[in-house]
Design a protein around this ligand. Sequence first.
Ligand code: PMP
Length: 384
Amino acid sequence: MKYFDHAATTPPYEEVTRTIAEVMARHYGNPSSLHRFGEESAKLLRRAREVCSEALGVKPGEVVFTSGATESNNLAIKGAALQYESRGKHLITTATEHPSVFESCRQLERWGWEVTFLPVNKAGEISVRQVEDAVRSDTVLVSVMHVNNETGIVQPVADIGKMLKLKYPRVLFHVDGVQGFGKVGLPLNESGIDLYSLSAHKLRGPKGIGMLFVREGIVLQPLLAGGGQEEGRRSGTENIPFAVGMSKAVRLAKEGEGNTTLKMKRLKERLIGEISAMPELELNSTLDGAPHIVHFSYPGMKAEALLHMLEEEGYLVSTQSACSSRRSEPSRVLQAMGKSAEAALSGIRISLGDEHTEEDIEGLLEALRKSISRVRHLKGEKKS
Ligand code: PMP
């Protein structure tokens, strides 16, 4: 089986799983304990935080470990909204955010906040100008994802951040960086970003751990009440094995960034070239999007049926995104891009990893051609 669903989750590096098992077995002390086992764990946690902060080019104290990017996004948005309520109750985000951002904003709407959901253009992008025009005197936070998890479209977050810092320094800027880190460069310190979410399992690390970069000086209302771990920002006994595993994955992703991007770009070019020549398919990704995601629709065809045909040929892909694919509703992201309900129901996402080769791509394309001709044949039979 060839796995082409890296935007959903990635196979963990062997080095990462080995380290996690070792740390779990040997260093089980609670980092809050005062004895030597506790101190050992605290040391491992400190080191993991340092490694993550170095990879991001930020300070260790600005890294908060969470249970994943869903929690990071919830903490950034609701934590900031609740903390800075006295500044105003208005937020800005986009129509194509991940559900963990989108639904956090919806929840705040129900709690009395006002949210502007910026519409995207046909390619799925927003502009700096749109954000600028939406800022009001009571705006507390802007949240824009770096790379869309369904289409791979890249939002101009660095330009948005710079504009906000220049013109509206009081407005906080959150970026969901889950699909961009290690694939599309983004210098946090030069991009006016105050809050930045990451997830380990999209970077060949473990599931169930993520982090939130919180710029020094920013206070968030904690979502979890408890023992005050993570400097009061995230209570709960720290997951030392996963923090260490995540730090390894983050470091490897950062070190491999240039090479991975170049390699994936070439493979994506090949995929896009071929898919755009297939008359049945409509491309929803662009060449200048993130290098690991290619998304297309097959209007008239149920995405799930095509997914299983490809699976029969030995290729695992995704319909929409993993978070939404169990619902059979048309993709919110594609609808926001103005695609027809038919196109939004028939989306297939191919997402690449650093292990893929040109041969893998040729195999996948062959499987796709074969599946399309099977559908053509079936449709022909139905008509006659
Ligand atoms: N944001 C984006 C853009 C994602 O792709 C995902 C994972 N589907 C998340 C947030 C949530 O991450 P996690 O699975 O770690 O909660």
